[in-house]
Design a protein around this ligand. Structure first.
Ligand code: MRU
Length: 351
């Protein structure tokens, strides 16, 4: 599917095409594959990343695996074998990244399709339809989040964000990014400060790329600059996406989000999360139960292939942190803006 300007992921008649985000902003390279194992590796390596997008990608991944199964077993009506093999593919995608619940939510929808007693070719068509629906549905959710969220952005404001929550992370215009985009489209005089987002620089590489594409006034800062900027009175609101929101409103997002929320609270600046309900996991009472992905220490001892720390040192590289609900002013969803107490309001609005 094409967003206004950015082609991120697209299922064609013969293959899946996706943008290799590890090469941005230098090059916008599209990878084309009919092999779901290429996509498994792409998700692990963050060539395809962002909570809603990895759910959409996994759904397309199951679809290309089903198509490949039909090619390997022409004229087979062995629904049992197809079913078993596709459930295994779902398990493979589920094992790629643990934190964003959108991945498991999307795979649950694909498993529901597989539960229907249909032939392999009919199930393949149904899996494809479900994956396309998931993608289109996420684009609509992004638009709604943008519309609701724009209301909380002041007419003149510096707004700070962390990581990347735009078209590169979703099936539409983004989550927190959609809020910034809509506020800008409405003519609000916003200036976006994007944290670079160490260690993999999704803010510098991806958010700044999207902000420039969309013509939104913006400045790149290092993660450590955020608190000082707030003290200088240059930030009136903070907004980020989320990878999983627990029933009490605790929200996991890219490492560094918690520090941003602490700094915002200290300076009396509202801190918002923007996310669709596919990111909400009511089965977890609090953020303590959210599985936090740990990445290889090489991601912090190297930057763009260059070694920036001594060999053989100890490292700790969690990819996400949890912002406690008490630091969150509101959660912008596709069904409206949710205020505390989140343990009541999230459940009340949950579809
Ligand atoms: O490791 P990433 O790049 O997949 O992490 C992405 C984020 O943390 C985003 O902020 C998050 O997915 C929410 S925005 C859609």
């Amino acid at each position: 599917m094409m967003n206004d300007k950015i082609a991120v992921i697209e299922l064609t008649a013969t293959a899946l095409r996706f943008l290799d985000q590890t090469q941005l902003p230098s090059e916008a390279v599209m990878v084309e594959t009919a092999d779901h194992r290429v996509l498994l590796e792409a998700i692990r390596r963050l060539q395809v990343r962002g909570a809603p997008l990895i759910g959409i990608a996994a759904a397309y991944g199951v679809t290309i695996a089903a198509r490949a199964w039909l090619r390997r077993h022409p004229a087979s009506s062995d629904a049992g074998a197809f079913h078993r093999d596709m459930l295994h593919v779902c398990d493979e995608f589920a094992a790629t990244r643990p934190t964003a619940v959108n991945l498991f939510w999307a795979l649950a929808r694909m498993r529901e399709i597989l539960a229907h007693p249909l032939s392999p070719d009919m199930l393949t068509a149904a899996l494809e339809a479900e994956a396309r629906a998931l993608h289109a549905d996420d684009a609509l959710r992004c638009s709604a989040i943008g519309r609701y969220g724009a209301e909380i952005i002041p007419a003149d404001a510096g707004v700070i964000t962390h990581c990347n929550s735009g078209a590169l992370a979703t099936g539409g215009d983004g989550t927190a990014f959609a809020v910034l985009l809509e506020a800008h489209r409405q003519g609000k005089n916003i200036h976006v400060y994007a944290d670079e987002t160490r260690p993999l620089l999704q803010g510098a590489r991806l958010t700044m790329w999207e902000l420039r594409q969309r013509g939104i006034p913006s400045t790149l800062i290092t993660d450590g600059t955020a608190a000082m900027l707030m003290r200088q009175g240059r930030v009136q609101a903070a907004i980020t996406g989320a990878d999983r929101i627990a029933a009490n409103g605790d929200a996991a997002n890219k490492i560094g989000t918690y520090a941003l929320a602490v700094a915002a609270r200290h300076h009396g600046i509202p801190f918002y999360i923007a996310a669709p309900f596919s990111t909400v996991d009511l089965s977890l009472a609090s953020g303590d139960a959210i599985p936090i992905e740990e990445r290889s220490g090489e991601e912090i001892t190297r930057i763009g292939g260059s070694v920036v720390a001594p060999e053989g040192i100890d490292t700790y590289a969690p990819a996400f942190d949890v912002t406690p609900a008490e630091l969150i002013t509101g959660i912008v969803t596709e069904r409206g803006i949710i205020a505390p107490p989140f343990d009541e309001t999230l459940r009340a609005l949950h579809p």
